[in-house]
Design a protein around this ligand. Structure first.
Ligand code: HEC
Ligand code: HEC
Length: 200
């Protein structure tokens, strides 16, 4: 446990040094494009056909992380076919704008700081980055609190099988014991936080 914690601290240091600068998007310019996105992300409990898990909530997720995620689909770190199709044609500016737009709507609970759930010892290492309440402590890291349980579990499996890659999270996910994967997904989804964005 101690080793894991210090590895996280180290990664934290590395991440803050190598953090690239993210362009400030224009939320108003991203609004039109954002409507397409809400066709899936704005529907409560909407499911991805295969494998069947719910479309992730974006309400309350920060603009910088949404940008990183979109570039991940566009540039190959993330391979989900639907989102790769959504991301491929977007320019950096469009990505910045639509991210600013999506981050500007929804997510009141996250802004309020969420709530801390029953403590779960296995989640202690995750808190270094994803926050004590599952609300991330940096704009470039995702908030996990309130995210759909099946989406979180699938994401952890993707890091472990290489479908999704990230210098920080690939290493973190590899350290999780098999029997804790589902428990961690359940724990973070039970915290108050992210919301399904309501189209205006
Ligand atoms: C046809 C449905 C659909 C549409 C339209 C769609 N998405 Fe997605 N989106 C998904 C699914 C499914 C996932 C989960 C994919 C995965 O597991 O990686 C996802 C994942 C994401 C993520 C990653 C969330 C996270 O927590 O890492 C972001 C960000 C995102 N979408 C933004 C957008 C934006 C911006 C648009 C519009 C340009 C858009 N999506 C359009 C279905 C959709
Ligand atoms: C050193 C920082 C750090 C630690 C510690 C950490 N993570 Fe992460 N996590 C990240 C980063 C950075 C990402 C986004 C990576 C990407 O773009 O794919 C992420 C992404 C995730 C995602 C995907 C979220 C989404 O919306 O798609 C899940 C699930 C996750 N982490 C769970 C965990 C769990 C569970 C733990 C503890 C066992 C943990 N993380 C520990 C930094 C960290």
């Amino acid at each position: 446990m101690k080793i894991v914690a210090s590895a996280a601290t180290l990664l934290l240091a590395v991440a803050s040094i190598t953090q690239p600068a993210y362009a400030e998007g224009d939320a108003a310019a991203g609004k039109e494009l954002g409507y397409t996105c809400l066709g899936c992300h704005g529907i409560e409990g909407y499911r991805n056909a295969y494998p069947s898990y719910r479309v992730p909530k974006l309400g309350g997720q920060k603009a910088a992380y949404i940008e990183i995620a979109l570039k991940g689909y566009r540039d190959g770190a993330r391979k989900h076919p639907t989102m790769v199709a959504q991301g491929t044609s977007l320019t950096d500016q469009q990505i910045a704008d639509v991210s600013a737009y999506l981050a500007s709507i929804g997510g009141d609970t996250v802004a309020a700081g969420g709530t801390q759930g029953a403590s779960f010892d296995k989640a202690a290492t995750c808190a270094a980055c994803h926050g004590q309440n599952g609300i991330s402590i940096s704009a470039v890291w995702p908030t996990l609190a309130g995210q759909h349980e099946d989406y979180l579990l699938n994401a952890l499996k993707q890091y472990r099988d290489g479908t999704r890659t990230d210098p920080v999270m690939t290493a973190q996910a590899a350290l999780i014991a098999e029997e804790d994967l589902a428990k961690l997904a359940m724990y973070f989804s039970s915290l108050e936080g992210l919301e399904t964005t309501k189209p205006e």
